[in-house]
Write a protein that binds this ligand. Structure first.
Ligand code: PMP
Ligand code: GLU
Length: 397
């Protein structure tokens, strides 16, 4: 009687949100946990954005918005894409949703048929394969281990494409690895894709501004493939607005129309007040973005230095986002405090319960040899967390 649909039974819960929930539960019991599980900026939303939202409430922006978002917000996004990315889009090519998460899911639902293959480089953000499964598509993974800085090569991409391939999901800067594809690397992948006309690129650029190597490169900047690129972005990460829930796609009109139809039946336009806040974020001064980026870069340098001092961890040098994804497989098979570590989920549980630091095992990201730490937290927390992790890992024999 009380059985969920097969569709839901096939779905795994979000490991990032689950670990964050577990960490909150332990905190509520009075245990001093440092939460490096969920990926969200620890900053407050900048004041001018909050002021725009308060004004929107007072001015009664309280009714349904158009399904793809208010024209003013879409215009602000068109201007952002032009000014920051050099990309030309019309307002009819923009659709705003309830966070970039919905933007990715809408796109997948709009273009994937049962049995279509979707190429996902691994490590990947936990939700991509699950969204593909929801759409009855088949995720096809390309392994990009730490030895190749967690990035796929053109040869790997070519080898993974079949007549059933319908999409590639490329996240740069990457969650969970922090790797960033340079313009030349994107171009090499693009040249492979040009040979396969059916493949759409879902370019998740939500970490665009949290970049330590300079200018952001977008797959949509190549004119010969732009008609097959769906850019995903939003305000969550750049403007510390995870709770406001505004993301968008910039895409060919046929994709936008499809997502509009889906969203119109499913969730309608996103929150009216949040849209006014997002408009202020895109149209307002951008110094706040740079200030937060600098703080993330300082923390990145700190956590990389401390992680490199921990025997048994292998660490890359992330070029963006706010995650560190060390390889930890040297601890597999070791034991301490009555527990044996068999995989990265065991390791994350051990670090939570023994070290009181919440991280996420790499299994959920398709990389069981690694685990993820979000360093979107204070310098003091980073120092203390790394001390605890070092001690806990040092006990494993
Ligand atoms: N893509 C990636 C790679 C992410 O890490 C996130 C953050 N959860 C999202 C999309 C979704 O962002 P939002 O909070 O805007 O839904
Ligand atoms: N992107 C964040 C993360 O990966 C938020 C959690 C989520 O949406 O899964 O931790």
């Amino acid at each position: 009687m009380n059985t969920l649909s097969d569709r839901l039974n096939r779905l795994s819960p979000s490991a990032t949100l689950a670990m964050s929930q577990k960490s909150s539960e332990l905190k509520a019991q009075g245990i001093d946990i440092i939460n490096m599980s969920v990926g969200e900026p620890d900053f407050n939303t900048p004041d001018h954005i909050k002021a725009a939202a308060i004004k929107a409430v007072e001015e009664n922006w309280s009714r349904y918005s158009p399904v793809p978002g208010y024209p003013e917000l879409k215009n602000a996004i068109v201007a952002k894409l032009k000014n920051e990315n050099g990309l030309d889009y019309k307002p009819s090519q923009i659709l705003c949703s309830n966070g970039a998460k919905q933007s990715v899911c809408n796109t997948i639902m709009a273009i994937i048929n049962a049995g279509d293959e979707v190429i996902i480089p691994a490590p990947y953000w936990v939700s991509y394969p699950q969204m593909v499964l929801l759409a009855e598509g088949t995720p096809v993974f390309i392994d990009a281990p730490i030895e190749q800085d967690f990035k796929i090569t053109p040869e790997q991409l070519e080898a993974a494409i079949t007549p059933k391939t319908r999409a590639l999901i490329l996240c740069s800067p990457s969650n969970p690895t922090g790797s960033v594809y340079s313009k030349a690397e994107l171009e090499a992948l693009k040249n492979v894709l040009l040979r396969h006309e059916r493949v759409i690129v879902i370019a998740d650029e939500i970490y665009e501004h949290i970049n330590y190597v300079g200018a952001h490169a977008s797959m949509a900047s190549f004119d010969d493939i732009k008609e097959r690129v769906v850019v995903i972005n939003g305000v969550s990460k750049a403007y510390a607005m995870t709770g406001w829930r505004i993301g968008f796609i910039a895409a060919p009109e046929w994709v936008v129309k499809g997502c509009n139809k889906l969203q119109g039946q499913y969730t309608s336009g996103p929150c009216s007040v949040s849209q006014k806040a997002a408009e202020a974020a895109f149209a307002g001064e951008q110094q706040c973005v740079e200030d937060m980026r600098q703080a993330f870069e300082r923390r990145k340098n700190l956590i990389v230095r401390l992680a490199k001092e921990i025997p048994g961890l292998e660490v890359n040098n992330p070029q963006g986002a706010f995650y560190l994804f060390p390889k930890c497989s040297s601890f597999f098979g070791k034991s301490a405090e009555g527990r044996t570590i068999n995989n990265s989920t065991d390791l994350a549980m051990y670090l939570l319960e023994v070290g009181h630091v919440a991280t996420v095992g790499g299994d959920a990201f398709g990389s069981p040899e690694c685990f993820r730490m979000s360093y979107a937290t204070s310098d003091e927390n980073i120092v203390e967390a790394m001390k605890r992790i070092k001690e806990a890992l040092g006990k494993l024999k």
